[in-house]
Each structure stands twice: as structure tokens, then as C-alpha cells.
Design a protein around this ligand. Structure first.
Ligand SMILES: O=C(O)CCC(=O)C(=O)O
Ligand SMILES: [Fe+2]
Length: 275
């Protein structure tokens, strides 16, 4: 079979490879019941101090363009090497391997700010699944989004086990009425240092309207290698840089695919498209 991973693959091919890979997901552990888990105060106050350069970088980005709804930075581990604690954590490793199977691996780490004036008029603000079958995202909260009116995620517990019929954009979006009629809804937010892990096969959406403040998170992604090597879209090892100071950790970490590390100036680039 001739597979070109760079080509955007929808329809039967996407379904075929997602189905194949998802059959190898063991779907066990604490993610199984609800489709999400919240690890409170996963990062201590001391850890969070070391993540501060990311908050500063996001604030600068926002300053540069106050009209943008979302601000992103990719060099998160360079700015805050302490983030490796997420990948080194025995609990995170157990959750990922128990749920996605032994071929799961770390895909990416990026940080983003949903600004206080974000609105729901874009793809993530509508109810959806992420069109890639089972895949774990982790949101590490950098500011408090609990008491205040800040951007949050709405999530349908239990919907992570649905076998979706289509992966074309229109088939992955659902109306508010449909969701209210068929599912329970849970709000996923957190305090600084909380880590929420969830399966993006579940139905979810961002809630971004009328906020008093922004939401800063570091986003981690994990998926099965059987899937991300064959399908395209926003999945798979990409856009991540590890500074040299993390060299030992990354070579020992079972979630990191050593074949995808490429020596670069001051560290390692990580991704499947790096030549
Ligand atoms: O912003 C959010 O809370 C949800 C974003 C989303 O849909 C996703 O990351 O898959
Ligand atoms: Fe999503």
C-alpha cells in the first residue's frame, strides 16, 4: 500500500488507520470510566515558579497582537525544562500506556493562552471530537481558572468510548441541542499546577465567551504510533525541542521515541517530519 503521510487523508483511509490503531488501545486504567482525569496540584508552587518564563512569553505575544484570540509558543521545554516532570511522572506514564497501549508515545508540548475575549466562533468552540480516535491531551494549568470567569473546556464523560462514524469536519461537529439531549456535561478547569488528562475522542468544546481573564496552559499530547505514523492532521510527534540539559532524561524516558530525536544546536529537535 502506498501511504503518504503528508497528504491530508480523510474518509475511508482515516477511518481504516484509526480503527486499526484503536483496536490496539487497551483502554484501561483511570481514564477508562470518565474519559478524563484531574491530577490536582501536579506542579508545586516551586515548579510553577520555574514555568514563569512561559507566562511571560505568552504575555509578550499578547502585547504584540491584542486582537488575536489565541497565542502560542512551541519552545516550552526550552523556556521551562521543569516541564519534563510531566513526561517523567510514573502516574502519567501509567495512565498513557494503560489507555493507549504499549505503542503509545509522547507527541508534542506547546503552550497557549486563550485570551479573555476569545469567542466560540471557531472550530474548538463547537462541540466536537478531534477526528483522530483515541488520543490523550494533557492541559497543565498555569493560572487559576476555577472561581473566576475564564476560558474552560466542556466535556461529556463517557463519550470517549463512542466509535465515531466520520472524520470529515462536518461529521465531527455537534449542535448544543444534540449534546444536551444525549449527554451529561462536565466542566474541566483547574487551579495553577493542576493537570487534566483527557481522551480527545470524547465530545468536548472550549467555552470562551465573556471572560474576566485569560487561560494559560501547557498542552501535552500522546498517541499510538500505529496511528500517527499513518494518518495526517493535528496528531503525531511534532514541533518540540528538548534543550541539552534534558539529554539524560529524554534518552531514558519510555514515552519518547528515540528514533525521532535529531541533534540540533543546544539540544534535540523531536518530530516525525524532521529529516
Ligand atoms: O480550549 C479548550 O478547552 C478545548 C480545545 C480543544 O478542543 C482541544 O484542544 O482539542
Ligand atoms: Fe478538541
Amino acid at each position: 500500500m502506498n501511504i503518504n503521510i503528508k497528504e491530508k487523508v480523510w474518509g475511508w483511509k482515516q477511518r481504516f488507520f484509526i480503527g486499526l490503531a484503536d483496536r490496539k488501545c487497551t483502554l484501561n486504567g483511570i481514564l477508562l470510566e470518565q474519559g478524563y482525569v484531574k491530577l490536582e496540584q501536579f506542579f508545586s508552587t516551586v515548579d510553577l515558579k520555574q514555568v514563569q518564563p512561559i507566562v511571560t512569553a505568552l504575555s509578550i505575544k499578547e502585547e504584540e497582537n491584542r486582537n488575536k484570540l489565541v497565542h502560542r509558543i512551541n519552545n516550552s521545554l526550552e523556556l521551562a525544562p521543569v516541564l519534563i516532570k510531566v513526561l517523567d511522572s510514573g502516574i502519567v506514564q501509567e495512565i498513557v500506556f494503560n489507555y493507549l497501549g504499549k505503542n503509545a508515545r509522547f507527541d508534542s508540548c506547546s503552550s497557549w493562552r486563550a485570551s479573555s475575549f476569545s469567542d466560540n466562533n471557531h472550530g474548538s468552540g463547537l462541540w466536537h471530537h478531534d477526528s483522530v480516535g483515541h488520543r490523550i491531551k494533557g492541559f497543565l494549568f498555569l493560572n487559576d481558572t476555577r472561581e473566576v470567569n475564564a476560558p474552560y473546556t466542556l466535556f461529556c464523560p463517557g463519550s470517549h468510548l463512542i466509535k465515531h462514524k466520520g472524520f470529515e469536519y462536518e461529521k465531527t461537529r455537534f449542535s448544543e441541542e444534540y449534546i444536551l439531549e444525549h449527554f451529561k456535561i462536565q466542566k474541566l478547569n483547574g487551579g495553577p499546577g493542576d493537570l487534566v488528562l483527557f481522551d480527545t475522542n470524547a465530545l468536548h468544546r472550549g467555552g470562551y465567551t465573556k471572560n474576566e481573564t485569560h487561560r494559560d496552559i501547557v498542552q501535552f499530547e500522546f498517541s499510538s504510533q500505529f496511528k500517527s505514523d499513518f494518518i495526517s492532521g493535528d496528531i503525531g510527534p511534532r514541533n518540540t525541542f528538548f534543550p541539552t540539559s534534558l539529554s539524560n532524561s529524554i534518552h531514558e524516558n519510555p514515552l519518547i521515541d528515540k528514533n525521532l530525536l535529531k541533534l540540533a544546536d543546544n539540544g534535540y529537535a523531536y518530530g516525525r517530519d524532521i529529516s
